[in-house]
Design a protein around this ligand. Sequence first.
Ligand code: ADP
Ligand code: ZN
Length: 755
Amino acid sequence: MNAPRFIEVALPLPLFQTFTYSVGDGPIPRPGSRVLVPVRNKRAIGISLGPADGAGIARPRAIIEAPDAEPVLSDAMMSICRWMAEYYVVPLGIVLRSVLPVLLTGERAPQPSTKTLRVASIVRELPTLLERDAMFKRAPRQRALYEVLEQMGGRGEVPHLTAQLGFGADLVRALQARGLVAIETSVVARDPFQSRARIAATPHEPSAAQADAIAQLVQAKGGDVFLLRGVTGSGKTLVYIELLREIVMRRGQSAIVLVPEIALTPQTVDRFRAVFGDEVAVLHSALSDGERYDAYLALRRGEKRIAVGARSAIFAPLANLGAIIVDEEHEGSYKNGETPRYHAREVAMVRARAEGAVVVLGSATPSLESWENAAQGKYTLLSLPERVGAAKLPTVEVVDLRHSRRPVGGKPIDPSRVPFNYVFSEPLEAALGERLQKGEQSILLLNRRGYASFLQCDACGTVRSCPNCSITLTYHRSPERLICHYCLHEELPEAKCRKCGGSTVKQRGLGTQQVERLIAERYPYARIARMDVDTTSGKWAHTEILDRVGRGEVEILLGTQMIAKGLDFPNVTLVGVIDADVGINLPDFRASERSFQLLSQVAGRAGRGPKGGEVIIQTRVPTHHAVQCAVTHDYLAFVRQESPARRDPPYPPAIRLANVIFSGLNEDATAKLALDAAEWVRALLASQAITDVTVVGPAPCAVDRIKKRWRWHLLLKSQKASALSNVGRYFVERFPVPASHSLRVAFDRDPVSLL
Ligand code: ADP
Ligand code: ZN
């Protein structure tokens, strides 16, 4: 009898170790294949890491099943996952589980989707005109349907024939009854984006700058990284498309296109579909697990060779990868908010290197990190300095809200019923009125949802805040509620102050709901669409609103930062920023950068067509560089002013950063954990004579309680990524966390926010 053979298995457990199992005389599951194994008295799906030496194991347990004929993860994907485990300090088994579609992580065999569709196919040909004339003598509509089917290659989906092409179901039945056509039911992959009308591709002659960028990209070597900085409206999408035409259509390779959020960028996705059609798999967050699995299979089998999606699309199971595009590379949404806290842009670099693909990072306002990498020569800079065609960057006017308040009848303002004039300065009102008169469209940004930011007692000043989080409750109307934007706690507003019993509780701070009411009252005939988290809970709500704007059914689009992304509406000639100061003073080292990016992005929505455009920014800090540089569309000036602030005290890109967050249900225990941890790390650095990592803190987080958990943090800083990895790993693996008060430690490498 053969001696039992062994494999090493990674399991999704919070333990930094792998496990050895015997496979008996069965075949050795190849690395990257799933295995079902016993774990204590349960069963779990793990991933084979290949043969192991089981000699030292006293009572080895055997695997239960190895369901995969082919590994679900390629060698390249396995090496990327190992890198993620190392860099983000996460057990390998947890990383591996997070990159697979949900249906592959459970014990039940995944079922491809079984949605069926009726398909009509021609079963009797009518090759001669004579036959045809005779057959359809008195039935011209039947003939038309028959000939459409012929043009479609002899097969067509019945719903497409009836709903889209307008043939009656009776015509289909008639052809069937006459033995010309058979109706069969076939299983289709479900893909909601498929049912979306496909726009026609509009080929443009590339501008000189576009042509230059394209030429450099198609000559690039695998692993090369490009930073494509193009002002808003400079035609970055065309550059991406021409690169993919070369990589996918000419060289037969595959590609990944990352966008910040599919629902917010339907136009970008539509443009890729227009050119590449069925090659494109759109990995949308609205996909069900079954649909996601269908897309996964189509990509893995090479039936589709372009994956378009948000951050997790970086794990698309494509072979022979030729290019990765990261559009709007500066967006914070590329960072995963939970374990593993990876940044899709960083994973893209690693994957491209492993598979020999070219990377393009695109943005009008690149992250300072990427800009620094370009400055150091790690990335090649490509520039599109001007808008394409005749379009010019819009003029931007700043209105200083400190001096522009208009008299409102001499009475003090009731903060619960602010008048239109109080919110809209004269220039903004005039500009908005003019657009309505001319039938042009406007976009208004206020990055604060709800009706009012909070309720405050006039007598004692008490503000109603969340019982679970240290944050004020936002006042919402329709339905009337106080809602916590962190934990979603809801309560009904009370007429009297809880603290002093005072009866004058006032609303303070302005939200999108209130602005919507103000413009509706001021312009009762205007068609207004509001787009924020509250109006977009439906799967396709974003897209529906944006499509309405595109069809000209909306005059004023009002919303939070959602409306600032890649929208391209030529009839939008005005962008108004109601209050640019929301977020500018957040206690976060990226607050200025985020504000500058948001203002630049939203300004970039204006004047994309021949009519030109203007932008009006209302602010109380008109001299802030985030505002000033957005006014002049001057990214370089922003970098010049922001960079010194990132060197003293040092923050990325001047150094590499990790945020270590301590949380727990008890305030004192959480504080003690953080203090102990800081001391532990400092002792470690001293005893090992590590001088290239510094510890800052600990301190309570800016939002020091979320969902009933108290929060403290400390920062680890270093010039060297590897030094941060070593210390981080040692800390996460060895620092003892007491098993009380539900205490937890989270290690957040390259954090996008410190709140
Ligand atoms: P960006 O992403 O850089 O803001 P887009 O890729 O959305 O810009 O392009 C802006 C608009 O310009 C789109 O409507 C696009 O179809 C159009 N466009 C792109 N390239 C050209 C070109 N070379 N000539 C004319 N129009 C172009
Ligand atoms: Zn809360």
